[in-house]
Design a protein around this ligand. Structure first.
Ligand code: AHR
Length: 654
């Protein structure tokens, strides 16, 4: 190469480097500019029995239609031999149907019933299962017995026990079975093994190893995932399920407490909502009811936030006044709300408080919030809500009441409801947004300019919806970008809960969802990981974090927020890069607390993956965070944010 060409090539290279090398973006955390205290409720959970989230999901019962009280009495069951279905002389008044197993007429024939579970029953090798049933000998005299078997998908018997039925009075019988082998789609069989007949009801099978080992308990893996989010608030039980397809099928909390055997079966409003995802066998046993909800909230350290019907059936499905409870006939509904507060918080010696105590929890649950109505709209909602607010404020002035901004994040319903919520002086307004990535990115600054004089915001349901509704890394990344805006505005936004929470891979109606599972396995989605990273790195105070004097909310695809954690003595910076290129950032931490010094080692957590990647049951950790240690130089941290990444830096001080 001659000298002239060499010089030319060198110049070109230098020019190219000049163009491509990016100056790091200056990001300034001003530790003296403290913002709001971050509410303990900031990141939480929203549970609704959709996608078989309760029966067939979190609620660990393995038997479908255990009480034979689905409208098709034997749904979920196969019978063989001489089986009669009857309502006469029932053990449980509110679930009266039961079966009578009688001699089939020949010693080499069999009588019995077989339950298919919720898309099968998951059995783990070596695990113990607790079978129970209410039963009685139909007449006095000869001994009676039943045989209980766990069956795998190839029809092998993997556990077997017998129970003698010793009384003609209804009695609860229990036996434990140990599964010799595993099954993903197992079944339960119960045979009559005596000549004399046996009546049987509330046939139940639970793993012994439930969350915290409780009977009538929760699936341990799923409950532990909830616990792992360290949620600050727990919204329950819906969602549209609160409203019902009609008022008759709305969620009635009073039906969900007391002995489980006597909680009447309800139709699940999601079983025929989507004709292409029809589940005609979807009912609510209410086994996971309001008592279990309060207990779980306590276990996982979340404030319970019940949502009750305001007297409007789902407005998407009911548009005549006659479908709803009239404004002047809301007494029953209002009383439900007052009684629920008493159930949760009242004295253990009387009334609803005594029921709570009888169920095993004499101490109050210390409930502080109540939401009236789910996604309601219009004057019909406002008129009803007003009645509730008056009654609740009069009797329980300390309870914080949550109203709805309707089903959409903007538009006529929303614009009408917000001023009405201010007029009614609700404490928080529940906003919902199921939106595309673009909306989430554009709305990262949504709350920067909200009116601070009105009620606080509860982002009660949200999820980024891609065209194929995948739970992939990109959807989670957009949620992370948006959540930096929630955090920056924590003075206004006091709660946020992703939705929906759970979905069974073989029986879902709606996606995306935060946690997927089959009968034995579960997977936390990238969306779960984003929620978890925000929650575990919440901090206690918002801090000012700016780039060019402004919050970073989308410039060059970057989003950021910062907090201080007074308990763990650190500054926490969250940085999201949605661009397809890496972004160099120089973070400076100015005006550290008086007398404090920054420690040079910074805990860094990085969540990044190809945008379309998902966590599946076979590969539950395909997307997972990686931790490392970064190093401060003076008060500055040089960061290179990879394309499509969410990173968290915890800068400690002492
Ligand atoms: O989360 C699923 C549904 O979405 C909820 O039931 C409802 O509130 C919303 O429309």
């Amino acid at each position: 190469m001659n000298k002239r060409i060499y010089c030319y090539m060198t110049c070109l290279l230098v020019c190219l480097l000049d163009v491509t090398a990016q100056e790091p973006r200056a990001l300034r955390l001003d530790a003296r500019k403290t913002g709001a205290t971050i509410h303990s409720t900031m990141y939480g959970l929203f549970f609704e029995d959709i996608n078989f989230a309760a029966d067939g999901g979190l609620y660990a019962e393995l038997v479908k239609n255990r009480s034979f009280d689905f409208p098709q009495r034997l749904m979920g069951w196969k019978t063989f031999g001489n089986v009669e279905v009857t309502d006469e002389n029932p053990p449980f008044k509110r679930n009266p149907t039961h079966v009578i197993l009688s001699y089939p007429g020949h010693d080499h024939k069999y009588t019995g019933v077989e339950n298919e579970g919720f898309t099968g029953m998951g059995f783990k090798e070596g695990a113990r299962y607790r079978f129970s049933a209410s039963a009685r000998a139909t007449t006095a005299g000869e001994p009676r017995a039943i045989r209980v078997e766990l069956i795998d998908e190839r029809d092998n018997i993997i556990a077997r026990e017998e129970i003698a039925i010793t009384s003609t009075a209804w009695t609860k019988y229990t036996v434990e079975l140990r599964a010799r082998a595993a099954a993903d789609k197992g079944r339960l069989r119960v045979f009559l093994v005596s000549r004399g007949a046996v009546a049987m009801d509330h046939v139940s099978l639970f793993p012994v190893d439930t969350y915290k080992g409780r009977e009538n308990g929760l699936r341990a893996d799923l409950a532990l995932l909830l616990e792992g989010l360290r949620p600050g608030v727990f919204r329950f039980p819906g969602g549209c399920i609160v409203e019902g397809t009609d008022l008759a099928t709305r969620y009635s909390w009073k039906n969900s407490v007391g002995p489980v055997e006597n909680r009447p079966v309800n139709e699940n409003r999601w079983h025929y909502t989507f004709p292409y995802r029809l589940f005609p066998d979807y009912y609510q046993s209410y086994g996971l009811g309001f008592y279990e909800f309060f207990l779980l909230s306590e276990d996982i350290g979340a404030e319970p936030l019940p949502v009750l019907s305001c007297g409007l059936a789902c407005q998407f499905q009911n548009n005549g006044e006659e479908c709803h409870a009239p404004v002047d006939a809301l007494d029953e509904y209002v009383q439900d709300a007052l009684d629920l507060i008493e159930f949760a918080n009242g004295d253990a010696s009387a009334g609803w408080g005594a029921l709570r105590a009888n169920m095993g929890h004499p101490a109050p649950f210390n409930m502080k919030y109540i939401a009236i109505g789910n996604e309601q709209w219009g004057k019909e909602y406002v008129d009803r809500l007003e009645v509730f607010i008056k009654a609740i404020r009069a009797k329980y002035p300390a309870i914080r009441v949550i109203g709805s901004a309707g089903p959409y994040a903007e538009g006529d319903f929303f614009n009408y409801l917000w001023p009405e919520m201010k007029r009614l002086k609700v404490d928080l307004v529940d906003e919902h947004y199921y939106k595309d990535p673009d909306w989430f990115l554009k709305n990262a600054a949504r709350y920067d300019k909200y009116d601070r004089k009105g009620p606080a915001v509860f982002a009660g349901e949200y999820a980024c919806h891609l065209p194929d509704r995948a739970n992939n890394f990109y959807s989670a990344l957009c949620e992370a970008a948006f959540m930096t805006g929630l955090e920056r505005n924590a003075d206004l936004v006091h709660m946020a809960t992703y939705a929906p929470l759970f979905a069974h891979v073989d029986a879902w109606q709606w996606r995306p969802d935060m946690i997927w599972y089959d009968n034995t396995r579960s997977a936390a989605t990238p969306n779960y990981l984003v929620q978890q990273l925000f929650s575990l790195n919440k901090g206690t105070r918002v801090l000012s974090l700016t780039s060019n004097g402004k919050p970073l909310a989308g410039e060059e695809g970057l989003y950021a927020s910062a907090t201080r954690d007074d308990n763990e003595h650190c500054y926490i910076v969250k940085l999201v890069n949605t661009a397809r290129e890496e972004r160099p950032v120089r973070l400076s931490i100015d005006n550290v607390n008086r007398g404090a010094t920054l420690l040079p080692d910074v805990d860094a957590t990085l969540l990044t993956a190809p945008l379309a990647r998902e966590n599946t049951l076979d590969q539950p950790d395909a997307v997972s965070p990686v931790t490392s240690t970064a190093r401060l130089t003076g008060n500055a941290l040089e960061i290179v944010a990879p394309p499509g990444s969410f990173s968290i830096y915890r800068v400690k001080y002492k």
